[in-house]
Design a protein around this ligand. Structure first.
Ligand SMILES: [Zn+2]
Length: 319
């Protein structure tokens, strides 16, 4: 019997999932609201509902494994959600143990940014490379490090927190407890804050931040129309991103950096200053070979990554 796996992306707003075969084709998709405010049991019921819906659609095929990406600190080996910004009451919660009661197939979880990198490595921008870093520039900055075709999880799953590399020692405070993290400048949130801090503030930014309707997308639109302040903000963001990438180049001698997330759409306005900075801060021999490219799979990277992880683990565990 032909088989398939299910890849899930557990977000704060929606659960997105797909049945994926070994060739990387999506057979079926499901998306339902996560319903976080209704509590943990409801979220778990929704995860099971998604899996059930997909299973019913594929009665002639064998479900081999289920993989899922979750934001936060995930202990991959044990299937534990240690901390998650989207699920504040899931502290050291053994999700695998909880779901194993209902699933009779292997179930794996990992950090969502790690799985986005795995997905891009399987079918997207990283597929021709053995090693690369992915940075997801969204509300925050997520990271994933792929070394020799494997995600580098670190000693207990905390590797790849690329958004928390220090750029400014006394910079803006970050949720992680540090100051001046990359995430505070290279994310949508960081871009809006930098715009508000403009000195002197230009007219679009003088009123009330997000409440005043200023979003990273609006700043992007202004940059497109040639607004000088908006262009400067993206240049500054690019510079900071370039400094972060240069550090990674110096540590890892990686040649490919894949940028995903909504902020990456502002590519034309930040990429030149990022590349400039990478070249300035690395040895010529390494810096000149660095390629920075856009992610190719969009929102599906996490689903493909979760599916691929499930396939790979299921194969290595059944040996
Ligand atoms: Zn931080």
């Amino acid at each position: 019997m032909k088989d398939y796996v299910i890849g899930l992306d557990l977000g704060g707003t929606n659960i997105r999932a797909a049945a994926v075969n070994r060739e990387g084709e999506i057979l079926h998709r499901v998306k339902i609201p996560t319903e976080v405010p209704l509590g943990r049991e409801r979220v778990i019921a929704n995860i099971l509902k998604v899996i059930d819906t997909i299973k019913k659609e594929h009665k002639g095929l064998k479900l081999s494994a289920v993989g899922m990406g979750i934001p936060g600190v995930i202990f991959f080996d044990k299937g534990i959600v240690a901390r998650s910004p989207n699920f504040p009451d899931w502290i050291d919660f053994n999700l695998r143990e909880r779901l194993n009661k209902y699933l009779n197939v292997p179930f794996y979880i990992d950090n969502d940014a790690n799985l986005a990198a795995v997905g891009e490595g399987w079918l997207g921008a990283g597929k021709k490379f053995n090693s690369f870093c992915m940075l997801t520039l969204g509300t925050g900055v997520g990271g994933g490090i792929v070394l020799n075709k494997n995600i580098w999880r670190g000693e207990y799953g905390m590797a790849g927190e690329l958004g928390h590399i220090t750029i400014y020692p006394d910079g803006h405070p970050c949720n992680c407890g540090n100051r001046g993290c990359l995430e505070q400048y290279a994310s949508a949130t960081g871009i809006v804050r930098m715009a508000m801090e403009e000195n002197p503030p230009s007219p679009p930014f003088t009123k009330g931040g997000k409440e005043g309707g200023i979003t990273a997308d609006k700043i992007y639109q202004l940059a497109k129309n040639g607004d000088r302040y908006s262009l400067e903000i993206f240049q500054k963001m690019g510079r900071i991103l370039g400094i972060g990438i240069a550090d990674l180049v110096n540590i890892l001698n990686i040649e490919l950096f894949v940028l995903g997330g909504g902020v990456a759409d502002s590519w034309n306005y930040f990429i030149d200053s990022a590349i400039d900075e990478i070249k300035k801060r690395t040895y010529r021999i390494t810096g000149e070979r660095v390629k920075v490219v856009k992610a190719e799979l969009g929102d599906d990277a996490g689903i493909f990554g979760a599916a691929y992880m499930a396939m790979k683990e299921e194969i290595s565990n059944s040996r």
